[in-house]
Design a protein around this ligand. Sequence first.
Ligand SMILES: *Cc1c(COP(=O)(O)O)cnc(C)c1O
Length: 392
Amino acid sequence: MSRESLSERVLALRAQREAAHRRRRIRMVTRRDGVRCVVDGRELLNFCSNDYLCLSQHPHMIAAMRDAADEGAGSTGSHLVCGHGAQHSALEAELADWLQAPRALLFGSGYMANLAVVQALLGAGDVCVQDKLNHASLIDAARLAGCTLKRYPHNDADAAERQLAAHPDGAALLASDGVFSMDGDVAPLRALAAIARDRQATLYIDDAHAVGVLGNVGRGSIDAAGLDADDVPLRLVTFGKALGSAGAAVVGDADLIAHLAEAARPYLYTTALPPAQAAATRAAVRIAQAGDDLRECLRINIERLKTGAQARGLALLASDTPIQPLLVGRDADALAMSEALEAQGYWVAAIRPPTVPEGSARLRITLSAAHDARQVDGLLDALSRACDAVTA
Ligand SMILES: *Cc1c(COP(=O)(O)O)cnc(C)c1O
């Protein structure tokens, strides 16, 4: 045996990715004004961000952040030592109030919150049953927890029930995205809630893409399905998507959350969000809660894109959310389409494996309340031309 050089290994891996059209590139955004942005020096219309309500540049959020920044740029410690301030506390109370749940607990990011929930609640002898298309952080979370991980075919609630039935011992967590991040469809939440109840499993919904967008006053997919905090004891809310901020919270049952606050390593061993970030998020919660007009703009854009795509013979995946993917298949074709769109002034990311299953590379088109009808129509025409160019 001889030691393998990591430098040589990564060079080989990068060459492989290049050959397979799987290289990833970091793009630099130098100016942003709503959906208009300058990317690597070129002005593009953004159809790939998660800023669904266009809150990230909302003047109230920016003002809230600026005002709170007078308290200092950082939180100076973890929540359990000295980092937890009045802004954090108020944000937790306001989230719990908005989402009609007993308690909310802040995290540095959704990724960390998912690691925290599964790692703090499950261990060897327990089972985590998950949708195959769940966000990567939920999969990683189960691996970190050391529990048994079972993944059921996408949105197949019967398969989830069979997997729970096959693991009758130990504790069980049934985890699903509320809205699937790369497909835009919604989980069968009512069926999952019934199964969790029958099988004494705890239901955990990652609502990153639904909070602010779906449900009454933007409460998310759980509310939209006619369910509440009793049906779904734990849910993830991320601040970096429709709320236009950064960070996350786990919202739900007071006892489960109290345990996370005492035992979840991704809560204990990390610095609390800057107070100004919490303040900006508080403003976002207020705007999102009162944001029926924004949600109506978004709905109109979604309808316009779907109708226009149908008229042009562009087969979007079935979705009623702001995530409207166009399935392409081959990685190279998805990349070529994305480049053809960019040449016409539209920014749509090509999503390739391992983010999505093999052979299902796609353009992940996302809409925001700030797009206008002309921009949506322009994208549709550009998509048609890009399709023709790539399939020609
Ligand atoms: C973005 C996302 C996360 C991670 O949230 P961050 O705050 O960005 O770390 C988790 N789950 C889903 C479904 C997401 O889309």
